[in-house]
Design a protein around this ligand. Structure first.
Ligand code: NAI
Length: 699
């Protein structure tokens, strides 16, 4: 049973019991209607209390039923709420801890609501590209007023119950309980009081709903929201549906809400957001590592190298209240690193984003050392030294000597072989890659690189610590570039071919930015430093001399144009400014290069640019799945959404390809393969794409 029924005196108590948050799945909904029928059929019962067991009243829809027919099976949530409203005995919701989405809509269908302080109250549907679908847009404004309700519906953010209870004239809560522990007892008492007074049964649907400024207010709200929501249709729809609540009869407003909800359900934006919601949860699950794998305790973190990455990495742990010890070769390097961390925090204090006491607390958790001996107490040690195998070898051999048994030894390497690094120690099972992205204190993505011998509990621990420091941790196998950089290399290669064939850097950047990328490949190169790719290509030239790529990027570096840091790259930059100005010199260099190769430039459409860049990611992503480097397509999407600026509303490259249809994707790839200036072999669609396309499936 996922809802329990109990009679206490003359009050029936229906307790939702569907851990972890009492999601309103089919069995729970049945539990409510069955409980209601019992209560109505029992003459000894005079009133009903509905509450939730454990750590929630209800978190809303049951995500286990997401997208399945069960989610809509009768009694659906709308029918349950109608049944509550039709009750001939008063119903009191006893609300505590979490009351969100369908949970709040359920409570709004009850006659009375008693709430515990500290409850998180929200209608978060907008975060999935939807509007509330069981009366939330019609009932919440009636109890909280249009503006408060609209803010909650448009933002989807939780608000504390005591805050809502303090609003003048609010009708959401009839009583605030003393605590979550007492809320049921107080709701029973409240129900008995209602019975004693004659069992009045007010319904939210009968309350008036208007805004004093009427349409003028809604026009203003719509303009504001449209400006912020840009590529997402749902927020504006939230405004329109709440406006409908002020104009239409209640049942007509409900019909309008249903119509809009259903239409949004079919938008690509909502599909993308729902995919991300699931992919984010999925990323923390590793197929062969059980959820309850015991984790190692991480009480002290050691970081080696206080450069660009070491400093940012350290801040993540300090922010989470975990002490960090940084090791460097020289005192000056330590001082420089600590000064940068301090400066970063001070900037946050100045902007009012960090309180002074928090700043003091974080800095007090930081210590430094020049000696490996001081690392013997560390539970997790992350190396962020120079990207050279020889240096990594020295560091890991030393760590093997000093680190305590069971300590996790991690490398932040972005290109080197983690198995080889592990082999420098006598404990390869404790070695793992933790690939942060720059700036490491800001970027959400953490690629957790699983070596051949990495122990399962090491992986489980690193995934858990990733969550603790608020990263999106995604597991990658060992290969050159791991998931993200292995794919971006193909994307960059296409960007180069496009120049050779007739495009300019600004045309390529503009086209892909219009598609939604935060930054096109050339602006990105200028920001990250074009010399990084140059170094990688030089290494490649030795390892894979046949790899075809445009030489324009090398020529740019030969001119010393490394990007913003040298004041010039693919674009020109005014001193101290980051605005990318198209460069005549670069455009001429590209033209000359074409002439050298005897290429007659052609006009390339924005559509072709986008398809070549994005499908290059998709084909390589499919190979990554085939090779077992990523265990699921959703993981690849999370890497691209959180680390590479892929547009959220498109759900990541693999989801996007599935939306386009893999048959169409494969056909387009075959067309590209016929272009003699491109890399024909690369465009052979991955076997996985061909197989799924033949089966009519997506990733
Ligand atoms: P960096 O040059 O800014 O910092 C490296 C620091 O390590 C320097 O302060 C240096 O003094 C110190 N160091 C070198 N050898 C050492 C040793 N044996 N013992 C102690 N300290 C030593 O380099 P960055 O950019 O921070 O990169 C570090 C690592 O992170 C590299 O493996 C790199 O591939 C990786 N990485 C870099 C990213 C980036 O965007 N910069 C992104 C992701 C990973």
């Amino acid at each position: 049973m996922t809802a329990e029924y109990q009679v206490r005196g003359d009050v029936a108590v229906i307790t939702l019991n569907n851990p972890p948050v009492n999601g309103l799945g089919y069995a729970t909904r049945r539990g409510i209607t069955d409980g209601l029928a019992n209560a109505l059929g029992d003459a000894a019962v005079k009133a009903i209390v509905i509450t939730g067991a454990g750590k929630a009243f209800s978190g809303g829809a049951d995500i286990k039923e997401f997208g399945s027919p069960k989610a809509l099976a009768e009694p659906n949530l709308l029918s349950v709420i109608l049944a509550l409203e039709a009750s001939t005995k008063p119903i009191v919701a006893a609300i505590h801890t979490v009351c969100m989405g369908g949970g709040l809509e359920l409570a709004l269908g009850c006659h009375y609501r008693v709430a515990a302080p500290g409850t998180n109250v929200a209608l978060p549907e907008v975060k999935l590209g939807l509007i509330p679908g069981a009366g939330g847009t019609q009932r919440l404004p009636r109890v909280l007023g249009v503006e408060t309700a609209l803010n909650m519906i448009v933002s989807g953010e939780p608000v504390k119950s005591e805050m809502l209870a303090s609003l003048p004239g609010q009708k959401l809560f009839d009583k605030m309980a003393a605590s979550a522990e007492t809320v049921v007892a107080e709701a029973i008492e409240f129900a008995q009081g209602v019975v004693a007074k004659g069992s009045e049964m007010p319904l939210v649907r009968n309350l008036p709903c208007k805004h004093p400024q009427g349409d003028a207010y809604f026009q203003f709200a719509k303009n504001m929201v449209a400006g912020m929501a840009k590529n997402f249709p749902a927020p504006v729809k939230c405004v329109e549906t709440v406006q409908a609540a002020t104009k239409l009869k209640f049942d007509d407003g409900m019909a309008e809400e249903r119509r809009v909800f259903t239409a949004l359900m079919f938008t690509p934006e909502s599909a993308a957001l729902r995919h991300i919601f699931m992919a984010e949860r999925g990323a923390s699950k590793i197929p062969d590592v059980a959820d309850d794998t015991p984790k190692r305790e991480i009480k002290l973190v050691g970081v080696i190298g206080a450069g660009t990455m070491g400093g940012g990495i350290s801040m993540n742990f300090l922010n989470a209240g975990i002490p960090v010890k940084i090791l460097e070769m020289k005192q000056e390097a330590l001082d420089r690193g600590v000064a940068t961390i301090r400066k970063n925090y001070e900037a946050q204090v100045k902007k009012g984003k960090l309180k002074q006491d928090k700043y003091d607390q974080r800095m007090s958790l930081l210590s430094t050392t020049l000696s490996y001996d001081d690392f013997k107490d560390c539970d997790l040690i992350i190396e962020a030294v120079f990207e050279e195998m020889g240096v990594k070898e020295q560091v890991f051999k030393k760590l093997d000597e000093v680190a305590k048994q069971g300590a996790i030894l991690a490398s932040n390497t972005s290109t080197l072989d983690v198995n080889k690094i592990a082999s420098f120690t006598k404990r390869p099972q404790d070695v793992v890659g933790m690939h942060f992205f720059s700036p490491a204190n800001v970027m959400k993505l953490l690629e957790v690189v699983r070596g051949e011998k990495t122990a399962k509990d090491v992986l489980a621990t690193v995934m858990a610590i990733g969550k603790k420091i608020k990263k999106t941790a995604v597991v990658s196998g060992v290969c050159d570039g791991f998931i993200g950089n292995r794919m971006i290399e193909q994307y960059s290669r296409q960007a180069g071919f496009l120049l050779d064939e007739g495009a300019t850097p600004q045309q390529v950047d503009k086209a892909i930015e219009k598609f939604g990328f935060a930054m096109g490949p050339f602006r990105m190169g200028d920001l990250a430093g074009n010399d990084i790719g140059w170094a990688i290509r030089k290494r490649r030239a030795v390892e894979q001399p046949d790899m075809k790529y445009s030489r324009t990027a090398d020529k740019l570096c030969e001119l010393g144009r490394f990007g913003q840091k040298t004041g010039a790259g693919w674009y020109d930059y005014k001193p101290g400014k980051r605005d990318a100005i198209p460069s005549e010199l670069v455009n001429k260099m590209v033209e000359d290069h074409r002439k050298e190769l005897g290429i007659t430039p052609r006009k390339i459409s924005d559509e072709e640019i986008v398809q070549r860049l994005v499908f290059a990611l998709v084909n390589e992503g499919a190979h990554i799945l085939e090779d077992g480097i990523a265990s699921k397509a959703g993981d690849i999407d999370m890497v691209y959404l959180t680390g590479y600026g892929f547009p959220i509303w498109r759900g990541g490259p693999m989801h996007y390809a599935s939306q386009v249809g893999l048959y169409n994707v494969a056909s387009t790839m075959k067309r590209f393969a016929a272009n003699p200036l491109d890399d024909g072999a690369f465009w052979e669609p991955a076997a996985l794409i061909q197989k799924l396309a033949a089966e009519g499936k997506g990733f």
